[in-house]
Design a protein around this ligand. Structure first.
Ligand code: URA
Length: 238
């Protein structure tokens, strides 16, 4: 971890604004290795120094990773002038941490959404070259069949001519419920894939991204931080 300005480092926790951090330092409430910090511009390395605010450990994290069970009806965006976004579900403290959604779910899609300020990791999870599988559950207006399983595996050609990477299709029950695994994330990809086989999506939910599975104890709209194990499984750094 690198040496950083104390005010930036403390404000990155999202618990205080930059202005509040400056006041904390001025009032002698910030201790670095047991000594009151002299100026907000002083530098410290959070991996090396013990930083206390009002006697409490700062709880600094290099990155924050939030698992959200996205409900239908919200935009996957950091802000929007007219509509509610997934960011509106988060606490003010988390909202101040510069999180962005790693990948987009349509407004009517539910399920696993990772929000993080680790841009490198988000890029790695989403890049088709990294082959990270995104797994979806879909309910369709008509059943898919074994022939579709083969077509998905070969690589579908969508209506606009886009050729998909090979994808997995698992039929559940009569084939109106399916699991689909894709390694890319084009606009409306799952809906366009099933449409190319003559079936419309009635309900869509993302269940997993690579090793990260949606925690089913989270109701739609609820979220939690990833556990250290989950962070390490997806290659993040706390
Ligand atoms: N594919 C879709 O069509 N919609 C989503 O939200 C995600 C994948």
């Amino acid at each position: 971890m690198a040496v950083q300005r104390l005010d930036k480092l403390i404000a990155s926790t999202g618990r205080w604004s930059r202005r509040e951090v400056k006041a904390l330092v001025r009032e002698g409430r910030v201790l670095v290795d047991g000594r009151p910090a002299a100026r907000p511009e002083d530098k410290a390395d959070p991996a090396v120094s013990v930083i206390l605010v009002d006697g409490q450990d700062l709880g600094y994290r290099a990155h924050t990773y939030v698992m959200l069970h996205k409900p239908a009806g919200l935009l996957t965006a950091t802000e929007d002038a007219r509509q509610k976004t997934v960011m509106d579900l988060l606490s003010p403290e988390l909202r101040r941490q510069g999180l962005s959604p790693a990948g987009r779910l349509d407004k009517d899609t539910e399920g696993l959404l990772l929000l993080t300020n680790d841009g490198e990791l988000a890029h790695r999870l989403l890049s088709p070259r990294q082959h990270v599988e995104k797994l979806y559950y879909a309910r369709l207006d008509r059943p898919l069949a074994e022939a579709d399983v083969e077509a998905f595996a070969r690589g579908l050609t969508l209506e606009d001519g886009f050729v998909c990477m090979p994808a997995s299709l698992k039929l559940l029950g009569d084939g109106t419920e399916v699991l689909i695994g894709i390694r890319e994330g084009k606009f409306h990809q799952i809906k366009r894939m099933t449409a190319s086989q003559g079936a419309a999506v009635l309900y869509l939910k993302r269940l997993a991204m690579g090793p990260l599975r949606l925690d089913e104890s989270l109701a739609p709209g609820q979220y939690r931080l990833l556990t250290p194990e989950e962070v390490s499984e997806i290659g993040g750094t706390l």
